[in-house]
Design a protein around this ligand. Sequence first.
Ligand code: ACM
Ligand code: ZN
Length: 765
Amino acid sequence: MRIKRLLFILIGINLFYSCAEKSLIIKKPHLIPAPSNLEVKSGQFTLNKNTTINYDDDFAASAKFLRTYLSKSFPLKINNEFTSNVISFNKDSLISNVEGYKIEITPKLITVHASSDRGAFYAVQTIRQLLPAKLENGSFQDKQIILPCLNIEDEPQFEYRGMHLDVARHMYSVDFIKKYIDALALLKMNTFHWHLTDDQGWRIEIKKYPELNTIGSYRKETLIGHYNDQPHQFDGKRYGGFYTQDQIKEIVQYALDRKITIIPEIEMPGHSQAVIATYPKLGCDIKPVEVATKWGVFEEIFCTKEATFTFLEEVLDEVIQLFPSEYIHIGGDEAPKTRWKTCPDCQRRMKQEGLKNEQELQSYFITRIEKYLNDKGRQIIGWDEILEGGLAPNATVMSWRGTEGAITAAKEKHNVIMTPTSHCYFDYYQSDNENEPLSIGGFLPLEKVYHFNPLPDELSKQEKQYIIGAQGNVWSEYMPTESQVEYMAFPRLLAMSEVVWSKEESKDYNDFISRLEHFNERLKILEIKFANHLYEVEGEMVARDNKLNYSLKTLTENKIIRFSLDGREPTINSEIYGHPIPITEKTTIKAAVFDTKSQLGQTFSETINFHKAVGKKVSLNVAPHKAYSGSGKEGLVNGIAGSDTRYGDKEWLGFWGDDLEIEIDLDEITKINSISTRFYNANGQWIYSPQQVIVKFSEDSSIKEKMHSGLVENRDSLISNFNIKFEDLSASKLILTIPGFGMIPEGKQGAGNKSWTFIDEIVIE
Ligand code: ACM
Ligand code: ZN
C-alpha cells in the first residue's frame, strides 16, 4: 500500500480513546484488500450524531447500505445542502472502472466519487473498514469517531473475484449462506460460486422433478474419518436436504443487494450419482445406485441418450429462472468414461455424430448444453476438463488442475478463471500443527495464497487479458459444520481478496499480516470463527559460509521468539532468539512466540537429522513443479523430514508426471550404510508413490556402474518408504533414478491424468 507515512510517527498506536470527549480516534486505516492508493493527510473529520448524508440518486442503494450499517450508533439524516459534517456520494463519470471509487475525507466532508453504484458500494465497504469494528454489531458506545483526513483511489485488479462453496457434501443453513455472502461483500468479492449438486446430494429444488428432492437430496449415511482410513466406516445417519426455490430467490436477492452475483453449478456429465440414484434411466447402466455416502470420483455418470438432455434442459430452465447470472457453471470435471465405453446408447451417439473417442463425446455433451444456454442468453463455465475433446465455442474455463488448462484456453481466446488446487483449495491444511481439524490433505498456508499470481508467466500480455480473475474453493467433504467452513475459509479468503482486488504494487505480505491482526477483531465481532496462525513460529535451514544454520521467524510485529535446544518446552524464561542457530549435530529446536507476559501461539518443534548428505550439493534432472517446490532441491538434503500428513509443506517436493534423476555429491569418499527416503501416496489427490528406486555410485567424478535397486514399500499407505542397506560401500557421489508412476489407469482416482510424485528428505547414514 502506498501510504504517505509522515503522519504515522506514532507507529503501533493506531487507535485510542480520548476519554474527555468520549470519542474514538482512528489513526491508521487497516484495509483489506489493500487499496490502489491511500494518502493520509493532516486534519480530522468527526463523525457524530449530527453527521448527515447526501447522495446522487444513482447511489441510493449504497447510501442506504451505509445508513443501515451506521443506524444504531449514528442515524444519518438526509441533507440536500452541502454544508459541513456531511457524507456525500457524487457521480464522477471519469472513473472508468465501474467498480472503482474515490474517497476524500476533509475536516468538513467525506466525499465518495464513483461512476456506478457498484463503485459506491465498495467505497462504503472501505468506509466500514475505516470505522471501529464495534459498529458491526451495534456495540459501539462512544459519542463520536475522529477520522484522519485522507484520499483513497481504488479499483479492482480483476473483474471476477470469486469464492466457492460446496453444499453437496455438507449443507449449511440459509442464514449461514447469507453470512458468507456478507463477508464476501466486506472484502469486495463479487461472485459466489454455489456448488449445488454432486454425487452425495442434490441441493436445489426442481419442481418438474420432485424426486430429485425426495430421493437425490438424501444419502443414507456418511463416511466417518478420512477417506484414506481403511476400512471405511459410516455413521449410519441419514443426511441431506435442499434449498427451496423461495429460499434461493431470497439468497439471490440478498447477494444482489451486496453486488454479488451467484453462479449456480449443476454438475454434468460426472459427479451426478445423486441424479442417477433418483432416475437410474439417466445413467448408462440401469442398475440402481444409491446417493454416494463417501467421497471421491464415481463411474456412474449421465448417459448421452436423449432423455438426459431433455432432463438437463428442463432442470436448467428452472435454474435460469432462479439465477439471473450471465454464467451458469455446468461442472464438466472428473467424469470417468468407463460406462460410456460399453454403453450401446453412448457408442451409437458417437457413431451418429462422427466422434472419435469418449473425450469428444464429452465435448459433444458440453457443447450441446452450451448451445441450449446460449440460446437463452446465458454463458457456461466449466472445469478445465471441458478442454478435452475440444472446447465448446463460447465456454469460460475454470482452471483447477494447475494452470495448464488456463494457458491452453487463453491461447484459444477463451475466458479463464484461475483456481488451481495449489493456491486456491481452501479445503487443504493451512498449518502443519498436528492438532488442525481433519482435512482432505495437502498444505496451503496463508502466505502461499497471498503470493498467488493469477496471471501465468507463460502467457503474453495479450493472452493474459483472457484471465478474468480467480477464486478460492471450499469443498466440504471434511467440513460438517458451519464453523469448520469458517475456520478453513478465514483468513485465506482475506488473502484471496487481495490477490484479486489489489494491484501487485499495493501488495506486501508483512503489511497484510499487520492489517490482518487488526481485522481479526472485526471477524471476532462478526462471530466468524477464523483460524489464527499469526502467532506461530516458522523455521528454515539456511546455509551461510558453508555452515548450516536454522533461522526462526514470526509474522507479527513487536513479538519475541523464545527457544530451547534441549527438548524442553519453551517458557517465558527461555533464551530469546536473535540470530540463526548453528547446526552441527542432530538437534531438536522448540520455539514459541511470546509477548512480555505469556506464550501466544502454539509451540513449534523441528528435529534436524544431521546425516551424511546434509548440506551437500544436490542436482535434479527436472525442477520441481513450481506450485510444490518447497525449500527447493536443497530441501532433499537439509536434514528435515516432511510432514506425515501434509504433502504440500516445504519439505516435500512435488513433480507432475516426471521421471526423476537426483545426484548427490558428498564431496569426499564416504562410507554409506544406508539410503532411505519417503514418497507420498494420496491417490485422491492423484499422488502415487513410484514402484522402485535405482541407485548408482562412484568413488570419483565418473559414476562407475555400481548399481543397486530397491522396491518402494508400503505402497498402500499414505506414506511409502524406500530403504536400502549396504555392508561395505563407499562412494563420493550417487545418483538416484526414480521412474514416476506414470499415467493413472482406469479404475483409480484421477484416471487419465498424469500422476504426481512427492519425495521427502534423502537420508544417507
Ligand atoms: C474439482 O475439484 N473436482 C473441480
Ligand atoms: Zn450411455
